[in-house]
Design a protein around this ligand. Sequence first.
Ligand code: NAD
Length: 479
Amino acid sequence: MAVKLEWTKFSNTINGKLVGTAETRHGINPNDQQALPEVPVCTRVEVDQAVSAARQALPSWRALSWEERANYLLRLGDAIEANRDGFVKMLQLEGGKPASTAGMEVQMVLDALRAVVKLRLDDEILIDDEIKSTTLRHMAIGVGAGLVPWNFPMYLGNVKTAQALLTGNTFIMKSSPFTPYCNLKVGELGIDIFPPGVFQVISGADDLGQMLTEHTGIDKISFTGSTFTGTKVMQSCSKTLKRVTLELGGNDATIVCEDADLEKAVPTIGTMAFLNAGQVCMAIKRVYVHHSIYDEFKNRLVEFVKNHMKVGDTSDPNTTIGPVQNKLQYDKVKTLYEDIETSGWKPLLGAKVPELDGENKGYFISPEIIDNPADDSRIVVEEPFGPILPLLKWSNDDEVLDRVNDTLQGLGGSVWSRDSERATRIAQAIQSGTVWVNGHGMIEAGVPFGGMKASGMGREFGLDGLKAWVELQALWVMK
Ligand code: NAD
């Protein structure tokens, strides 16, 4: 019988035990700015305890077979599923997610855990002749730590858990201080499942990430977050030559060709631009529409957003867009709206970013579409991470590709056309780690995901994602 979680007390999971800290802090519900429950603030003392437990647990964990480790992860999935409603509710409160998006995130966690364990990273025999056999072996790196952002904390955190543990590493997860709650509870579920020290979850303040990247007892950091922080993580990891995977920000473009099926394109583009209030790494953040269908596309997208996007408190079942997750992000998106006003760009929906006061406490921002702003405007150049989307006109394939690729980011991109050969040709020229034709945003555990350019280094998912958690050893046996 899986443990039934209760949702009032939140502790670290260190060495198979719930561990509190002298100091605590709390998150904020972005719907109303109410304080959420207290969570631990780890210091170097707790970090050392977790690292030492992870090192002790390592030899016996990596000695297990692939199937044995996979079974532990499947049990974690079952325990999460047995507590699905609690996780969904908590994601509504800590993440500002409507029930539909929160439910989707929990389902994505379950799907990922169950699909990752089906992947196999077998040793490879490279040479086998009369005098020798040479085998390429995959060996766990050691103790890994995952640094997780606030936008999809449960999914992004536990994708790391699955890949790290399956490959024989022990793993310490640290969520963003904005959204520590669900992952602390996943750690708690792990107590009844994993040997002590194998899977630990800790929470803290802004300095906890750096304590992990600097720690000499940690061998690998898997970081998902902003490009800005990613460069700091890499710098810090370089001092101890830690292995690093970086999954960073994006500024995904979608290209709509003159022959696109707008019945299909408009709902997907509208959804993938405004899902989770635009706070998705691979959200569509720039839409390039062929000039011959620009007005028709624009009118259809405006109608779609008016009819399908309802902003509101995440406790309301009709809400499709919840609040922006935190005040920092709210203020950042606000500056983009101010820039749009001062630059004279044309908003199509008349959205405003309300002042926060006694009456209005939630970080709610209505979706907005900006009509053909300049290529060098902030709304085109920056990743807004809010519900605001520029529409841009284009005329020929080479020109639009130059504009789409004129960015430091390279996470995802997509192309819409009834001529899928042409669309595939255009998509292949987009400098991004993932490109989709007549779709956007699909992700599966068997397919590597990650960014080119400043959107990241390395991949998660697929065999390449697992390879990021192993060292290679060439074993030569002379006959
Ligand atoms: P962030 O970079 O502020 O924080 C990410 C994590 O790093 C958090 O856990 C944070 O506490 C920690 N951290 C902060 N400073 C640190 C430091 N100096 N050293 C070590 N760790 C530190 O990112 P965020 O605001 O939480 O997330 C939003 C960003 O994440 C967006 O840019 C988004 O595009 C990106 N993102 C990327 C992907 C992807 O797969 N490529 C997925 C989701 C989000």
